[in-house]
Design a protein around this ligand. Structure first.
Ligand code: NAP
Length: 670
């Protein structure tokens, strides 16, 4: 039987004309990487790489004859491999990988990134993030380790797949009638991902069939559904039940979870050893406290609760908010409505990406399916394109002379580049330009992708209002300056209650202290964003300070978190612990570092208001770390950072007698 590698090679060479046709249309950089990996030919890399100027596919100027040379060589290489059932080539040594990676993205990829990139792209092994038992699992009491996961979205899926792999029993509780979480709930027109899709998918479940570089919601939701089915997770999900409360029973070292059927009926209780929240940060809409909102007699709904039964064609529509949801929804409905009034409180920055509206070429689709390593190298490129590249430019330079507008030279250059794009789009409309250019540095709020927003503002049926809203009447929106907009429909694109994390559930830890008691209304903290003292056997995915705001895919963070949690569970099972709880000093030192680091970053800029911060201006939601740093921080579960107890025993730090680990020192962050 041939290997998966050989099967792909055989498919690739079966029809040379089809292969050549696909290569003629496919991206050159991943093609080049495949060629170098198959042949070890670094000379061709040196020849082509100077024409690659960045990680995005549109940032290359490789001359056509050189492209053809790469294609011809690749055809030959594949044909060579097809003969005699040749095994795959060995993984190139780190120094060669670094040369390849750097050449492929037209920038020096630092050496420290190589391990994470090899892991993310699965270049060295099929499933590098699987957590494997160190003892014979048949002899371990896995049945005692029941896990309850709250939420059947992306995070719940990632957790469930790994638990299943380890043989740990689990149940997912989901309030909705099916899977998908935020990708189920957000059904507004134009809803799409703005992270490149071949990276915004689980590394263990790559999807070769994305039809767009940035797919629309239905396709993403379909991917989630397919993954739930492919890994046979759906039968572990109880749909239509909402967790109201979970309380830790210290005597039993177990969580008692209360749930309520959404359709009505009696509350129910479930018991489990470990509780994992996978509810995300963006699942409870924020409804603005505008006087008169409840008196509006037309249709009014939030983007995350889109009412598709309300026809918008020919209607006078107001949209309040100009964040990521508005950026996608407003341009999508503008052509069909009679009038659209957009209420902007503060402008957002938006970047142009030529691939944003494009479909994936037939050539790329073919290569993804049939050419070994093509998908892995494409994933690497997109990881790099949307990754840590901007992180350094989001740090405040204390000597910078224009601190209101930007943070440092690179950030200022970014600002000018963004303004140039808007100016071009607005075609000389200086009044509009003044209204939409933010007064704060780029990346202060979430960087958006321009979804033809500025062109939309130029439409004759669209009005941009930038003054404050005074009140809402039964038929209109009245502004503080007295302007009244009579409207039929109001759409609230006003975001989510992100800092009120895990609300409205009540999570009661040791001594009955709830997360709300510890965090207050909106001040969540956790060690590595996952676990908090006083809450044994409780973990969060996408918890405090784990949102990504400089780049990257949140699924990368989910995978880091899931691996860490699985390692913690492995420790519990293998050591026979009934409970595990992070040490307060470890938690506090980490959070001190998070706060200190955030203070020097763009999210804390005094001119910025955003959902990244709570009402006291503390950054509660967003991670200050590079992807690489968070990967390092979560790569290995460190037992000494926790207290643990076997049944009936008192909690203690494992390996007592060893020096206590200083968390702050362990953080090898830049
Ligand atoms: P958001 O970014 O929080 O934007 C909310 C908007 O509503 C802001 O413009 C805000 O103004 C405005 N607003 C809030 N309260 C208001 C009030 N009382 N009066 C007037 N305006 C008010 O929310 P979002 O657009 O739903 O996006 C949230 C997050 O979801 C995004 O940052 C992103 O992480 C995620 N998301 C991602 C995608 C994607 O991948 N493409 C799409 C949608 C959402 P201020 O700025 O002045 O506060």
């Amino acid at each position: 039987m041939s290997s998966p590698f050989q099967e792909q090679v055989q498919r690739a060479v079966r029809d040379e004309a089809a292969l050549r046709a696909a290569l003629a249309e496919a991206d050159i950089a991943p093609m080049l990487m495949v060629l170098v990996q198959l042949t070890g030919d670094l000379a061709i890399l040196d020849e082509v790489a100077p024409h690659i100027h960045g990680a995005w596919s549109f940032l290359e100027s490789v001359p056509e004859p050189l492209k053809q040379k790469v294609r011809d060589r690749l055809v030959e290489a594949l044909q060579d491999y097809a003969v005699d059932d040749r095994p795959p080539p060995p993984l190139p040594p780190a120094a060669t990988l670094q040369r390849m990676m750097s050449g492929g993205v037209g920038q020096t990829v630092p050496e420290e990134y190589i391990p994470v990139l090899v892991e993310e792209t699965r270049l060295a092994e099929e499933d590098p993030r699987a957590v494997r038992w160190r003892r014979d699992p048949a002899r371990l009491p896995l049945g005692e380790m029941q896990v309850v996961i709250i939420g059947a979205g992306f995070a719940g899926l990632g957790m469930a797949v790994r638990l299943k792999q380890m043989g740990i029993p689990f149940t997912i509780l989901e309030k909705n009638p099916t899977v998908g979480g935020t990708w189920l709930e957000n059904q507004y027109p134009g809803c799409a991902v703005d992270t490149p899709n071949h990276f915004f998918s689980y590394s263990f479940a790559p999807n070769n069939a994305w039809t767009r570089h940035f797919s629309q919601r239905p396709e993403i939701h379909r991917y989630i559904e397919e993954c739930y089915d492919r890994y046979d997770i759906r039968r572990h999900v109880r749909f239509g039940v909402e967790v109201t409360r979970a309380a830790y029973d210290e005597a039993a070292s177990r969580w008692q979870v209360s749930l309520r059927p959404v359709a009505g009926g009696a509350e129910e209780a479930l018991s489990c050893r470990v509780l994992v929240s996978a509810v995300g940060q963006l699942n409870r809409p924020a409804i603005p406290a505008i006087p008169g909102l409840d008196d509006f007699e037309g249709s009014l709904f939030h983007t995350a609760r889109w009412d598709a039964s309300v026809p918008l064609a020919g209607k006078r529509v107001a949209m309040i908010g100009t964040g990521a949801s508005a950026m996608q929804a407003a341009p999508s409905i503008a052509p069909e409505v009679d009038r659209l009034v957009v209420f902007q409180r503060t402008p957002h920055w938006a970047v142009h990406n030529p691939n944003y509206h494009k479909t994936v070429s037939a050539g790329n689709l073919w290569c993804l399916e049939n050419i070994p390593y093509f998908g892995q190298w494409l994933r690497f490129q997109l990881f790099w394109a949307g990754s840590d590249g901007f992180h350094a430019s989001l740090q405040v330079d204390p000597g910078w002379t224009q601190p209101d507008l930007s943070l440092n030279e690179a950030n200022h250059r970014m600002r000018e580049m963004l303004i140039e794009h808007v100016r071009k789009e607005l075609d000389g409309d200086e009044d509009l330009l003044a209204k939409v250019i933010p007064g704060y540095p780029p990346y202060g709020k979430r960087m958006l992708r321009d979804n033809h927003w500025y062109r939309m503002l130029k439409r004759p049926n669209v009005t941009l209002e930038t003054g404050p809203i005074e009140r809402i009447t039964p038929g209109s929106i009245v502004m503080r300056d007295g302007t009244e907009h009579v409207v039929d429909v109001i759409i609230l694109a006003t975001g989510f209650q992100a800092s009120k994390m895990l609300t409205p559930m009540e999570i009661a830890g040791r001594g009955g202290r709830t997360l709300r008691d510890v965090w207050g209304d909106d001040d969540p903290r956790a060690y590595l964003g996952m676990t908090a003292p006083g809450f044994p056997n409780f973990f969060m995915i996408y918890g405090p300070n784990t949102n990504l705001a400089h780049g990257g895919s949140i699924l990368f963070h989910h995978e880091c978190q899931v691996r860490y949690i699985c390692q913690a569970l492995r420790e519990m099972v293998e050591q026979g612990y009934a409970s595990l709880e992070v040490r307060p000093e470890v938690h506090d030192a980490y959070n001190h570092l998070v706060d200190e680091t955030c203070r020097r970053m763009v999210w804390s800029h005094p001119g910025v208001t955003s959902w990244y911060k709570n009402k006291n201006n503390r950054v509660t939601v967003t991670s200050p770390w590079r992807l690489l740093d968070y990967w390092k921080l979560t790569q290995h579960f460190v037992p000494e950072e926790f207290r643990a107890a076997r049944p009936g025993e008192a909690m203690q730090v494992p390996g007592q007698g060893r020096a206590a680990v200083d968390s702050a020192e362990r953080l090898t962050v830049s």
